[in-house]
Design a binder for this molecule. Structure first.
Ligand code: PBG
Ligand code: ZN
Length: 328
């Protein structure tokens, strides 16, 4: 009898033999409650498809009613709202108006589905004609940090008054969380939470979103406020600061090119970590699927699973509705 001494003593394949044993040993699970569904809304008579993001729409104040009902029926717990105002100006004033698009949309959504969590984006870039995430000095086109904090603090209160459960500042100005938290507490909104885009990279992957939110930058770029893609320690520094300033949830954005950042965030902090699978990640998967090069469902689910495995508790994804149907 031969004893095959050279054969392996450990055989990991034993535990992959069939579907049931694989299910038993699955380390990461994706559930509908993990997902957050982004919604764009504008003043219009009909919803408009976003060309670069198949299946995504700019909703109207009417069409969001059915949309959020659908989202809730699918078992999703939260949406992230982006408003596109009728008129953009240098000060982004629509976002500070009680009659602005964001305020209106939040009120309608909370009236339609009171339990559905509304996380609203606060950033100036959707509302300003220059497309930047901050107030600009018109004289020399410099980016003004502190005046932007005042803007965000005001917007936070307006959104909270309208009924937003959570605020998502995405502009990467220094001191954002502190300014918003302070103003919310001062005005009695102590239970309104903050999901801060702590490590938002200056990524190419936001391209399709700029069509969706109609926020093309008119000059310059975002490199003086968003993080340089080669840097990881800088992202951790941002997270440290945001936790100290009172952030409730930290966001890493984009997700799939930055899985190492999600992992490090998860390992370094007790604060929940969310990740944003951005427009470019969505559009790439769709484009490859349209060509027949990748399968839409399995590619999507694998991408979401990877983000979860890296350490994200929640994932903001344009696939939220489809994924909810696939998971259930
Ligand atoms: C702007 C903002 C961006 C996204 C969300 N909020 C883009 C940007 O910085 O240009 C991108 C989201 C996406 O690509 O899906 N504050
Ligand atoms: Zn912005």
């Amino acid at each position: 009898m031969s004893t095959f001494p050279a054969y392996p003593t450990s055989r990991p394949r034993r535990l992959r033999t069939n579907q049931n044993i694989r299910a038993l040993l699955q380390e990461t699970r994706l559930s509908i409650s993990d997902l957050i569904c982004p919604i764009f809304v504008r003043h219009d008579s009909e919803k408009r498809p976003v060309q670069s993001m198949p299946g995504q729409y700019q909703h109207t104040l009417q069409s969001i009613v059915d949309e959020v009902k659908k989202v809730e029926q699918l078992g999703l717990k939260a949406i992230m709202l982006f408003g596109i105002p009728e008129k953009k100006d240098p000060e982004g004033s629509d976002n500070l108006s009680p009659n602005g698009i964001a305020t209106k949309a939040i009120q309608i959504i909370k009236k339609t589905c009171p339990d559905l969590l509304v996380i609203s984006d606060l950033c100036l870039c959707d509302y300003s004609d220059h497309g930047h995430c901050c107030i600009i000095d018109p004289a020399n086109k410099t980016y003004l940090n502190e005046p932007t904090l005042e803007y965000l603090a005001k917007a936070a209160v307006i959104h909270a008054q309208a009924g937003a459960d959570m605020l998502a500042p995405s502009g990467m100005m220094d001191g954002t969380v502190k300014a918003i938290r302070h103003r919310l507490d001062e005005t009695g909104f102590t239970n309104t939470s903050i999901m801060c885009h702590s490590s938002k990279y200056a990524s190419v992957l936001y391209g399709p979103f700029r069509e969706a939110a109609e926020c093309t930058i008119q000059f310059g770029d975002r490199k003086t406020y968003q993080i340089d893609p080669p840097n990881a320690r800088e992202a951790l520094k941002e997270m440290h600061i945001d936790i100290a300033e009172g952030a409730d949830i930290l966001m890493v954005k984009p997700a799939s090119f930055y899985l190492d950042i999600i992992r490090q965030a998860h390992d370094n902090f007790e604060t929940p970590i969310a990740a944003y699978q951005v427009s470019g990640e969505y559009s790439m998967i769709h484009a490859a699927a349209d060509k027949g090069w990748l399968d839409l469902k399995s590619t999507t689910l694998e991408s979401l699973m990877a983000i979860k495995r890296a350490g994200a508790q929640n994932i903001v994804t344009y696939f939220a509705k489809e994924a909810a149907q696939w998971i259930s």
